[in-house]
Design a protein around this ligand. Sequence first.
Ligand SMILES: [Zn+2]
Length: 331
Amino acid sequence: MNPFNVVHSAWASLAEPRPTKIDAMLAQRTLKSISKAVGVGLHSGQRVELTLRPAQPDTGIVFRRVDLPQPVDIPINALAVTDTRLASTISNGSAKVHTVEHFMSACAGLGIDNLYVDISAEEVPILDGSAASFVFLLQSAGIELQRAPRRFMRIVKPVEVREGQGAQTKWARLDPYHGYKLSFEIDFDHPAVDSTGQRVEFDMSSGSYSRDIARARTFGFTRDVEMMRANGLALGGGLDNAIVMDDYKVLNAEGLRYDDEFVKHKILDAMGDLYLIGKPLLAAYSAFRSGHALNNRLLRELLSRPDAYEIVTFADDKEAPKGFAQPARAW
Ligand SMILES: [Zn+2]
């Protein structure tokens, strides 16, 4: 039996979902209440307030710049990503929000579909440099199941993007998989990174996003930080929101949170970048030295290949891949 309830695909016209038993279907999720955070932007160093508000089914995740004379909504969308240098930026006209990836990763990890994210400046606060604070923020508001089926983007044909030659090669790809798993390999020639795992695989069916991925912090090198600061970037960055390394070692007194924290952060970033497509993927993602730019190119390539995916729902959550049916576990 086909476990998928296909509501739209390249070859089937827009069909209504089968009538669903509300109790059993895999439902969309929003928050039960409002949640707020205050922090600074990693690059801008600006103070910023974030207010997360519940949203109706099928709203998606919508950032709202509430500091502008007229508030501007910026719905997430792979094509709304306009800058991928250092971080993922989304735009609507001249209104922008920078560094959305860690927040989006937490939303992907907890399976949040619908949310308003009111933001008082143009960069998401960096908080502790990982997605852990966002996970905490979302979970403290409580997760509400909604009376609408969750729509997944199911990959049915491989999609791949590549860049560079020889030692400069980078690639990222999506393959069909009944579930969602990610494998990432980095290749940093640095003593502190070399001594840690440079490849990791994470499967959502483990139910351990919050524990195993969300706490991995962003990282940087002092020489780059100095150069970025000279260019007005990384102004909010420091040892309390990033792993910082000189040419030889990690400078943070507390050391690493995971033995393979670097590559785990790349998985965290990829989950955030990929969730900008606006729907959870059913796919196996694999990547070598990818980053925000290539991850977004992969989404654009996918969208340009309607034969490579279909939109599915699950009328019975028992047929959904493991890890998606239950509201995400806390730590
Ligand atoms: Zn990151």
